[in-house]
Design a protein around this ligand. Structure first.
Ligand code: NAP
Length: 411
């Protein structure tokens, strides 16, 4: 398997991926999703098809094929994540999914984490931007326009944990005590936090490459390396080394230019707790973020809260080296709203917009964004975005999709 490609090889691999979508009728596997999946998937699919039709007439069309995961898969096959689903995502190289229930009790820990790990979708890209008209708890939500790259395969998040009082935790504890003299309370669960040079470099390389491709001015490496020196601190150090070894023609570290990068991308690092404060006080100072898995999880939801919440915040899980990708709504199954035709399909719709852009179908992607801008600014929104607005009409999931498709047809 190709792994940890250098910058030039990565760019070639990304070009190869783009040409692989140079077909007019690609098959795209989709997971409807549990809970509100039944409401937001059909609504989103209508918007996707409408945007493609408007952009390309009958010349291009997506062949949607449903694959199973989550409760729907369990009910049909007794498996939460059938191999067939992973195989189809792998074979077609692309996919999109609604939210999935995390099974409680034994078996699979998280279906979402399993999909990312099994397909080695190492970069979680969360673009965070505000649509005019959306109520926000902050004064200037329009200052948020950030692409956050979160490492997707490592960290304490990857599930290497042992339970208190288990034989495994006792054995590990005894080993840590005899080998390193570490004293950990007997009644502890223990989690392992692996952060490798390979995974850190490929994530930061993808983020730097994105910054170059999208003419961004700065990139921040977000870490907690002042305390976790050999994991988060190493992530930071490897990032700076990468800037020097592969990106010195287009990017420069703050310390190497006294904060004056000229035409280059300014790379700096920010400690994670300070970062959570800075994105509230001065989010306009951040364009692209590269961060570890758990930091990325917290920071992306904190940023999402500023721009309208998880109902409107999209995501993509991408392996830029082999081109495989699965785009996904970032919220959960919101069980209390399931089946009520109420939830906001915005997160899934904008995940589709990301998918089209990834495929090079920019015209369809642009139409989706334009139609969202129009409906939201005119106050035609679902309940979550109508909250706090006096000028809004509350639409159902399906009527919100109808509002978007009508916009698209009218453009
Ligand atoms: P959640 O499903 O994200 O829902 C929490 C709240 O967020 C909802 O009650 C609702 O708030 C709001 N919300 C979420 N999606 C929305 C949408 N599309 N439109 C409008 N509002 C939306 O979180 P949860 O209740 O903690 O988790 C439920 C299940 O989802 C769990 O099994 C969890 O493991 C799973 N989950 C899956 C994913 C994923 O598949 N990627 C991610 C997170 C959680 P209001 O109460 O204000 O209406």
């Amino acid at each position: 398997m190709k792994e940890n490609l250098k910058r030039d090889d990565l760019i070639a691999a990304i070009d190869e991926t783009r040409t692989s979508f140079d077909t007019d009728n690609p098959v795209v596997p989709f997971i409807e999703g549990d809970g509100i999946g039944v409401d937001i998937w059909p609504a989103s699919q209508k918007v996707f098809d409408s945007a493609v039709k408007k952009a390309y007439s009958d010349q291009r069309k997506i062949e949607w094929t449903e694959v199973l995961a989550g409760q729907k898969a369990f009910d049909a096959t007794d498996e939460w994540l059938p191999n067939k689903t992973l195989e189809l995502f792998d074979n077609y190289g692309i996919g999109i999914k609604g939210p999935l229930t995390t099974p409680v009790g034994g078996g699979i820990r998280s279906i979402n984490v399993a999909i990312r790990q099994k397909l080695d979708l190492y970069a979680c890209l969360r673009p965070l931007r505000w649509f005019s008209g959306i109520e926000s708890p902050t004064k200037n939500p329009g200052d948020v326009d950030i692409a956050l790259f979160r490492e997707n395969t490592e960290d304490v998040y990857s599930g290497k944990e042992l339970e208190m009082n288990s034989d495994e935790v006792r054995s590990l504890n005894a080993f840590l005590n005899s080998e390193f003299g570490w004293e950990i309370r007997e009644d502890s669960g223990i989690g392992i936090k692996p952060i490798s040079k390979t995974a850190s470099e490929r994530l930061i390389r993808a983020a730097l490459n994105y910054a170059v491709e999208n003419n961004k001015k700065n990139l921040a490496i977000v870490h907690k390396g002042n305390i976790m020196k050999f994991t988060e601190g190493a992530f930071r150090a490897w990032g700076y080394e990468l800037v020097k070894s592969e990106f010195s023609d287009v990017a420069v570290a703050w310390d190497d230019c006294n904060g004056d990068p000229g035409d280059k991308i300014l790379v700096q690092d920010v400690i994670a707790d300070a970062f959570l404060q800075q994105i509230l006080i001065k989010p306009q100072e951040f364009d692209v973020i590269a961060t570890t898995n758990l930091n990325g999880d917290y920071a992306s939801d904190a940023l999402a809260a500023q721009i309208g919440g998880i109902g409107i915040s999209p995501g993509g899980n991408i392996n830029y080296e082999n081109g495989k990708s699965v785009f996904e709504a970032t919220h959960g199954t919101a069980p209390k709203h399931a089946g009520k035709d109420k939830a906001n399909p915005g997160s899934l719709i904008l995940s589709g917009e990301m998918m089209f852009r990834y495929m090079g179908w920019n015209e369809a992607a642009d139409l989706i964004v334009k139609s969202m801008e129009k409906s939201i600014s005119e106050g035609n929104v679902t309940y979550d975005l109508a909250r706090g607005r006096t000028d809004a009409t509350t639409l159902s999931s399906s009527d919100f999709a109808k509002s978007l498709t009508e916009n698209i047809e009218g453009f």
